[in-house]
Design a protein around this ligand. Structure first.
Ligand code: FES
Length: 573
């Protein structure tokens, strides 16, 4: 049943007959609006993560205007609210430190102001989960509008993919196979339009997940940022969110265990970023749903990876869009999805896939001819990761998926940087590189350091992959036999902190095993002698983060933000 005007949340600000409402109305008129522009209309927030340092969102000021156009058309009143951009490009030590900051900001922006519905504008890695976590907790009618991928990179007639080709060609440069001049030419060609990274990195993974969850309009996540269809999608989001306010269609009406299972299935079929696991656990937590890491592994084992996209495959997001995009991909694995889950469009997921079709079988493979028979992520357990660790087997050299080798341990990132290219480092291709103190608290912020560089002396010998283990994350555009998210992390005394040079480590991906072959007695001795490092922050957001962040297998959300009773609405006066 359609909501009445008096039931709008914003009515409490604009509709009452009291002194405060006089202030709210007169100050809205101060901006040049007449009463009929806003009174009685749903107030739609456009939460915009644009900034001059959010390179993936450089088109967002124009897109925000296009969203507004749709809101006006549908009889709403649009208001643009800037939010922290959390850009992957520049933030140190890691934008992951600030994902929860954006989530808090989004939730409180909406709660404290006269907002009835929201269009969330993000795309660069952490912005998707950050915006959605806040919106789920606030639970107003919400549409996620993804930034869209940038165009393919180009260098000397070769197609370049964000991140993936940076790692690849940097290794070649270190091996002496690429000149400074060629490296500089690549710099000109790898990011040549607005939009987020165009490999199947974290950004493309998370926007695909948002769409599969039902939180974006069907088809939205695959449109390249500079395609005119992207502008039209912006306007469509503006129109639709106004209808959603009247229908009172909220995230809690859309998000279910089944919609999260669909999202995990999509993640596996696209060969999504390992980061998606952390973000999905956090998103589900906000919806009051507990996602165990084992569920990811179960779904992975019976989901074929059919998106032939880098870093696990060959193509890029622009090709994916021309091949039919996410809807086409989902239509190929319908039998693995719960098709009656709801979407913001008002249709079910199944209805939204009805007209989808694949136009290029090489980019979106048939399930009978997948890129990989199982999904893109495996979850490992063992005495080195009692609460789990993850690996992306499809992006690793297959010979390393069952490997036993001696550890070469780096105490932290600075130690790694200082010694990895030392010609005297005792390391060979069978070694297992271990990085400690790179987790949620140790990094801090669990930076994307998990693709430890291959030592230069091994690069020169043609080695391009080795087993690497850390409590860090890895860029979704990265690749290699990298075991990530080891939990609990070393900074709080997890078993990773106890590894010493020369210890034998066994990785067995088919058996889902990660074992440190050191006797229990020896480990007990090391544990007794282990000393915690001092905290990184004495004050500010860093101290708040350190006091409340959860471990990787819990999604790294703040304990105080995970599902609980709804926060009360602000008082009227
Ligand atoms: Fe923004 Fe990669 S830097 S998505």
């Amino acid at each position: 049943m359609k909501k009445s005007y008096e039931q709008l949340r914003s009515h409490r600000w604009f509709g009452a007959n009291d002194m405060r409402s006089f202030g709210h109305r007169s100050r809205t008129k101060q901006m040049g609006y007449a009463l009929e522009d806003f009174q009685g209309k749903p107030v739609i927030a456009i939460v915009n993560t644009w900034s001059d340092l959010a390179t993936c969102h450089s088109h967002f000021r124009t897109r925000a205007e296009e969203v507004k156009r749709g809101v006006w058309q549908a009889g709403g009143f649009p208001v643009e609210l800037p939010a922290m951009s959390v850009s992957e490009t520049y933030m140190k030590p890691s934008p992951m430190l600030y994902r929860n900051f954006l989530a808090m900001e989004t939730e409180e922006l909406l709660r404290s102001q006269p907002i009835d519905g929201v269009v969330l504008m993000g795309g660069c890695d952490k912005t998707t989960p950050g915006l959605l976590m806040g919106a789920i907790s606030m639970n107003l009618p919400s549409i996620y509008f993804p930034a869209g991928p940038m165009l393919r990179g180009n260098w000397n007639g070769k197609v370049l993919g964000s991140g993936s080709d940076v790692w690849k060609y940097w290794a070649e440069k270190k091996a002496g196979n690429i000149s400074d001049c060629e490296w500089s030419e690549m710099e000109d060609g790898i990011a040549r339009s607005p939009g987020h990274c165009m490999t199947m990195g974290t950004a493309s993974t998370m926007t695909a997940i948002a769409e599969t969850l039902g939180l974006s309009l069907p088809g939205a996540s695959s449109i390249p940022a500079v395609d005119a269809n992207h502008s039209r999608m912006a306007t469509q989001c503006g129109r639709r969110v106004v209808e959603m306010v009247w229908e009172d269609l909220k995230p809690s009406d859309i998000l279910t265990v089944e919609s999260f299972e669909n999202a995990i299935t999509a993640d596996m079929a696209i060969g999504g970023s390992t980061n998606a696991i952390i973000h999905l656990v956090a998103l589900a937590g906000r919806a009051g749903i507990n996602l165990d890491l084992k569920k990811f592994d179960d779904i992975s084992q019976h989901t074929p990876m059919i998106a032939n996209l880098r870093p696990s495959g060959e193509y890029l997001m622009e090709d994916f869009y021309y091949a039919g995009g996410l809807r086409a991909l989902l239509s190929k694995i319908k039998d693995l999805l719960k098709l009656d889950t709801k979407t913001v469009s008002g249709e079910t997921l199944g209805e939204s896939l009805a007209t989808a079709r694949v136009t290029n079988d090489e980019v979106i493979r048939p399930p009978g001819n997948p890129v990989s028979l199982s999904g893109g992520t495996a979850v490992l357990y063992g005495n080195l990761a009692p609460d789990g660790a993850v690996i992306k087997p499809t992006a690793a050299e297959p010979r390393l998926l069952q490997h036993k080798g001696p550890a070469v341990v780096f105490a932290d990132y600075n130690d790694l940087s200082a010694r990895i290219d030392d010609e005297n480092l005792m390391v060979d291709e069978n070694s297992v590189l271990v990085l400690q103190n790179a987790g949620p608290l140790g990094g801090p912020g669990m930076p994307e350091w998990g693709m430890l560089p291959i030592p230069s002396k091994l690069l020169r010998r043609g080695i391009r992959d080795m087993v690497r283990i850390s409590d860090a994350r890895m860029s979704g555009t990265a690749y290699g036999a990298c075991v990530l998210h080891v939990s609990p992390e070393s900074f709080i005394g997890g078993p990773l902190a106890l590894v010493r040079d020369g210890d034998l480590i066994e990785l067995d991906v088919p058996a889902r095993k990660l074992e440190l072959h050191v006797s229990e007695n020896e480990l007990a001795d090391r544990r007794a002698n282990w000393k915690p490092s001092p905290p990184h922050y004495a004050r500010g957001f860093g101290a708040l983060y350190a006091a409340h962040v959860t471990q990787a297998h819990k999604g790294c959300d703040f304990d105080l933000l995970q599902a609980g009773p709804a926060t009360a609405e602000p008082e009227i006066h």
